[in-house]
Design a binder for this molecule. Structure first.
Ligand code: ATP
Ligand code: AMO
Length: 471
C-alpha cells in the first residue's frame, strides 16, 4: 500500500507513483478525452492530467472528473512526470501528475462566494494597473465579503502564511521569556472590577454582583509578582468594549503580557522588552522570508526596518516626541496627548530622520496613564511609563507600577476609581510587594504592522469588532 505524500515533495520524485489528498483548485476539460486538474495542499499546488490514453480512463470517468467542483477534496493516485513547459511560480511544482485514479473525499454544497484566484489578488480598493497602464479586470473580493466567508478566505496562500506567522510570534514570545526566567500564568477572564477604564468594559450577567470580561491581565500579573513569582507572562484573550470602528481596534484581541521584578530602575523592563521585540523581528525576518514574500505579493510593503548595533533602538521621551511634532508644524496647544493621526505623523518623521520603523517613547505625563502607573520620582507630573511603536502605531504600553498600597489607593481616587471596589488587588500590596513593571502587547497589531496588512481584522482568525460576532 502506498503511503500518502505531500505535493511539496513531488519535484524530486520524477517517475514515482504517488498517492495524495488535495483540493481541486480548478478543473478544465480539453475535449472529452482529457481533464487538467489544478490540485492544492495548503499553499503548494501541482497540475494533474486525467487522460483517456495512455492510462485507459473511461470517458465516463473523464466527464465526472471535469465536473468536480472547485474546492472539493479528492484522493488521487498517479505517476509524477517532468512538466513539458517550465513553471514560473515558486509554489507550483515543476512536475505534473499523470492520474490513474481519482476518488471524491469531500464535495461542495452550493456555490462558492468567490474563487481562491480572485481572493489571492491584490487586496485593495484602488484600481490596479497592468504593465500597459490599463486597469486590470478581476473580481475584487472586499474585506467584508472575505470576513463573511472567512473559512474560504483563510485558504489563500497569503492567509496560510499570515496565520503561520501569527503562531510564530507566539512561539518567539514564549521562547524568549522562557529562556529569561519567566513563568507562564493563566489568569481569569471573569473579573469583579474593570482594570483599564470603566467605559470600555463588557458586563457579564450571571453573578450576583458586578462581573466583567477582563480588559487585560493587569491585576493578576501584578498580584503574581506580589506572590513572589518574580517574572511572569501570559498569552490570552483581552476584551474591550471599544465604541467605534477603526483599522486597529478589535473588541477581543490576543494580549501578550509580561510583568517582572525590578532591581534598580524601570529601564530594566524597557530593555528586556526591546530585546524581546528584536528577537521576534529577527525570528520572523531570518526564518520566514518565504511567507513574508507570499504575503508581500498581496499586500505590497516596504521591508520592516529597525536599528541595531551600538546605536540601538531609538528612544525618545514624551517631551522630545512632542517637540518633533511641533517642529513639523503641529500647534503645541493641541498636543496634550498624541492622537492616532499625530502618532502616524511622528512615525513618518522618525522614519525620515532615523530610518527606523520601530521606536520607544517613555516618560508620559502621569495624567495620561492608568492609576497603577509609577510617578517619576524626580517629577511627579511625569511617569515611569513607555509605549512601543511599529510603523507609527502603538503596539505596546507599559510602566513601572506603584507597589505602595497607600499611594496606589490615592491614585485610584484621583482617577475616580473607588479603592473599596478593588480591595483584593490593594490587599496584595498590603502584604508587601517588590518593585516591578511590565507591559502589554497586542498580537494582532504586531502581525498587522510587521506585514503592513492595513487592517487588524486581517491579522485575526475570526475577528470581533463592534459589528461582528460571526463567523
Ligand atoms: P490602548 O487602547 O491602549 O491604549 P490605543 O492604541 O487604542 O491602545 P489609546 O491611548 O487608547 O491607544 O488611543 C490612542 C488614540 O487612538 C486616541 O487618541 C484616539 O484617537 C484613538 N482611539 C482609541 N480608541 C479608539 C476607538 N475605539 N475608536 C477610535 N479611535 C480610537
Ligand atoms: P493597553 O490598553 O495600552 O495597555 O493595551 C496594550 C496593547 O494592546 C493592544 N490593544 C489592542 N489591540 C487590538 N484591539 C484593541 N482594542 C486594543 N487595545 C489595545 C495595543 C496596546 O499597545 N495593562 C496595560 C498593559 C501594561 O501596562 O502592562 C494595557 O492593557 O497593542
Amino acid at each position: 500500500r502506498l503511503a500518502r505524500s505531500q505535493i511539496s515533495s513531488f519535484s524530486a520524485r520524477d517517475g514515482e507513483t504517488v498517492l495524495f489528498r488535495a483540493r481541486v483548485q480548478t478543473s478544465r476539460a480539453q475535449g472529452n478525452k482529457m481533464v487538467f486538474l489544478n490540485l492544492r495542499q495548503r499553499s503548494d499546488s501541482v497540475q494533474a492530467l486525467v487522460s483517456a490514453t495512455p492510462e485507459k480512463i473511461s470517458k465516463q470517468m473523464i466527464k465526472w472528473t471535469a465536473g468536480l467542483a472547485d474546492e472539493s477534496i479528492v484522493l488521487v493516485q498517479g505517476v509524477v512526470r517532468k512538466s513539458p513547459e517550465p513553471i514560473k511560480s515558486a509554489s507550483v511544482q515543476d512536475v505534473e501528475v499523470h492520474v490513474s485514479q481519482v476518488h471524491l473525499v469531500s464535495g461542495i454544497d452550493g456555490r462558492l462566494p468567490f474563487t481562491l484566484d480572485d481572493a489571492s489578488r491584490p487586496d485593495t480598493d484602488e484600481v490596479v494597473l497592468d504593465a500597459d497602464g490599463k486597469p486590470l479586470q478581476f473580481n475584487r473580493v472586499l474585506l467584508e465579503t472575505r470576513l463573511n466567508n472567512r473559512v474560504l478566505d483563510l485558504r489563500t496562500p497569503t492567509n496560510q502564511a499570515v496565520f503561520k506567522l501569527q503562531s510564530v510570534i507566539g512561539d518567539l514570545f514564549r521562547q524568549f521569556l522562557g529562556s529569561n526566567g519567566f513563568t507562564e500564568i493563566h489568569s481569569p477572564k471573569l473579573q469583579g472590577a474593570a482594570t483599564e477604564s470603566g467605559a470600555s468594559v463588557f458586563k457579564v450577567s450571571y453573578f450576583k454582583g458586578n462581573a466583567f470580561l477582563a480588559q487585560s491581565p493587569q491585576l493578576a500579573k501584578q498580584m503574581a509578582i506580589a506572590a513572589d513569582f518574580e517574572r511572569v507572562y501570559e498569552i490570552g484573550p483581552v476584551f474591550r468594549a471599544e465604541d467605534s470602528n477603526t483599522h486597529r481596534h478589535l473588541t477581543e484581541f490576543m494580549g501578550l503580557d509580561l510583568e517582572m521584578a525590578i532591581e534598580e530602575h524601570y529601564h530594566e523592563v524597557m530593555e528586556l522588552l526591546d530585546s524581546l521585540f528584536l528577537s521576534i523581528f529577527h525570528g520572523l525576518r531570518d526564518n520566514y522570508s518565504n511567507e513574508i514574500e507570499i504575503i508581500g505579493k498581496q499586500f505590497p510593503a516596504d521591508e520592516f526596518k529597525w536599528r541595531e548595533g551600538p546605536e540601538g533602538t531609538l528612544k525618545l521621551n514624551f517631551r522630545q516626541a512632542i517637540d518633533m511634532l511641533v517642529e513639523d508644524g503641529v500647534p503645541r496647544e493641541t498636543l496634550d496627548d498624541i492622537n492616532t493621526e499625530n502618532e502616524k505623523r511622528l512615525g513618518r518623521l522618525v522614519k525620515a530622520k532615523y530610518d527606523t520603523d520601530y521606536f520607544i517613547i517613555d516618560k508620559f505625563p502621569m495624567e495620561l496613564r492608568p492609576f497603577y502607573t509609577m510617578p517619576d520620582p524626580e517629577d511627579p507630573t511625569l511617569s515611569n511609563s513607555y509605549d512601543f511603536f511599529m510603523r507609527g502605531e502603538e503596539i505596546l504600553s507599559g510602566a513601572q507600577r506603584i507597589h505602595d498600597p497607600v499611594l496606589l489607593a490615592e491614585k485610584m481616587r484621583s482617577k475616580g476609581v473607588d479603592p473599596e471596589s478593588m480591595k483584593p488587588y490593594l490587599d496584595a500590596f498590603r502584604l508587601g510587594c517588590t518593585p516591578h513593571g511590565g507591559g502589554g502587547i497586542g498580537l494582532e497589531r504586531v502581525l498587522m504592522l510587521f506585514l503592513k496588512l492595513n487592517n487588524i481584522r486581517r491579522a485575526s482568525l475570526f475577528p470581533r469588532d463592534p459589528k461582528r460576532l460571526d463567523p
